[in-house]
Each structure stands twice: as C-alpha cells, then as structure tokens.
Design a protein around this ligand. Structure first.
Ligand code: 0O2
Length: 246
C-alpha cells in the first residue's frame, strides 16, 4: 500500500481554523436572512391574516461539495475563486402555498436596502426543459464583523409546495440514475411537472377569488393607543380591577 501523505496535527488544526473563519460570514448571513424572512412572515400574518410562507430551509454547502463544484466548472481550487464563483455556499429555500406569494416575497426581500440582487433566474416564467420550476436569486447582504464588513453571496430559491415536491423527487431520481434514468420514468416526471403547473394555477385562481372577498371588508386602519378617551379610561379601569373585585 502506498504511503498516505503525512499531515502534522498543528497543520490540521490550522486548516480547521481557516475553514471555520471562511464559513463564518456564510453562517452569519444565513442567520440574517432567516431573521429577515421570519420578520416578514410574522408581520405579513398580522397584517393580512394569512401566511405566504409555508416553511424555510437554510443550508451551508459542505467543503466536499464546494470542491466538487469547482472541479465541475473547471476552476482552480483557490479561496478567492470559490468566494467569487461558488455563489450558493449559503442557500435558503422558501416554500409558499401560492404562485403569487413567490413574487410577493421576492419583492418584499428586494425592497430591503441592504439586500443587493446580483442575479435572478425565473424558472417559473420559463421552466427548465425537464419541467423544473422555481425562482432563483443570488443576493448579497453585508455582514458586520468586528473590524470589517463582508458581503457574501446567498442563493435564495422560492417555490410552491407542489414545485418543491416535484423537485425533490426529480433530484432523487437524478442521483439514483446519474443522468441515465429510464425513458418511461422521465416521461412520467414530465407529465407530473405538467400536473404541478396545472394544480398551482388552479390553486392560485381559488386563492385570488377568496382574497378578493377579504379585500372588500378591510378594517379601518387604527393605531392601538388612539382610542376615544372614554374607551381608554374604561379599559384602564378594567385592567386595574383585581380578581377579588368580581
Ligand atoms: P445542489 O446540490 O442542490 O446545491 P451554478 O451551477 O449554481 O453556478 P446554475 O446551475 O446555472 O449555476 O444554477 P441554477 O440553475 O440557478 O441552479 C442552482 C440550483 O438549483 C441547483 O444547485 C439545484 O439545487 C437547483 N436546480 C437547478 N436545476 C434543477 C433541476 O433540474 N432539478 C432539481 N431538482 N433542482 C435543480 P446545484 O449546485 O446544482 O445542486
């Protein structure tokens, strides 16, 4: 057996430390984005009485997957190249119920001053030949460190539950057969993609119909403390009353 290359323990520790530092900005930017999305979801729920987000998943690409992707793209395995060219090291996937929610969330995120849109691919407007649908954005968000600012890239994928269901099945098939899936299975997947598209469009129509009715009975906007003096006094005296007073 050929001798394995020998690595000093101190060398190993050094690499580990550098890796931790490399991934730190990506970890922080994911936390920032997840907080932004949580705020949007909670505030939207209060304002509109329904949630446009079903769930959010975030992940960091592993060093192995990063190196595989760099090699697949025929790029040199260099930190600066990885930072610039591999733009999905930090990834977020937002799943929504309805198609219109996707664009609503997109616009809410992009209207935030600190989120810079770098690239966008709308595979809903123009699905991939295999039927894949999703909205992809590459954004940059500042991460304030103790003595400098970093602007890591984040990939944001937004899709409906039905699109997500289809994509995860297609992903499993793709990996199982390594691009050599049987023809019948590919035909089934294509027809499932058409069914997903039809279902999403039908659900959207129902959703719009329901929403139209809601919009016609919008309550007047009222600030919590701007109540008539008399009502405010009554509320205060109720709050002051002890249970024993009843
Ligand atoms: P993984 O393992 O999911 O991260 P890029 O290669 O990212 O520089 P590309 O391929 O043009 O450039 O980016 P695109 O089209 O925005 O796709 C990026 C990601 O979208 C992929 O990441 C997948 O997660 C997902 N995706 C794209 N096409 C398909 C598809 O046909 N089926 C499924 N299931 N997912 C898809 P990775 O890095 O390829 O893989």
């Amino acid at each position: 057996m050929a001798d394995q290359p020998y690595i000093e323990l101190s060398e190993l520790r050094d690499v580990q430390m550098k890796m931790t530092r490399f991934f730190m900005a990506y970890r922080f930017v994911l936390e920032e984005m997840v907080t932004k999305i949580d705020i949007l979801q909670e505030e939207f729920e209060v304002a509109h009485d329904y949630s446009p987000i079903e769930h959010t998943k975030s992940r960091l690409k592993s060093p192995e997957s990063i190196i595989k992707k760099v090699r697949r793209k025929n790029l040199p395995v260099k930190t600066a190249v990885i930072r610039e060219e591999i733009r999905d090291i930090a990834g977020i996937r937002i799943t929504c119920s309805f198609r219109s929610d996707i664009y609503e969330i997109r616009n809410m995120l992009l209207s935030q001053q600190d989120i810079e849109l770098v690239d966008e691919k709308d595979y809903i407007e123009k699905p991939k030949p295999n039927g894949y649908q999703s909205l992809h954005m590459i954004v940059r968000v500042p991460v304030f460190m103790s003595d400098h600012v970093e602007y890591p890239y984040v990939e944001v994928q937004i899709r409906t539950i039905a699109m997500d269901f289809w994509a995860s099945l297609e992903h499993k098939i793709y990996y199982k057969y390594e691009e050599e899936a049987p023809k019948e299975l590919i035909a089934e997947l294509t027809s499932a993609a058409e069914a997903v598209d039809a279902l999403d469009k039908k659900m959207e129509r129902i959703h719009q119909e329901l929403h139209k009715k809601d919009r016609s009975v919008q309550p007047a906007e009222e600030e919590p403390f701007d109540l008539p003096e008399e009502t405010l006094e009554r509320l205060l005296s109720m709050a002051r009353r002890k249970p024993s007073d009843e």
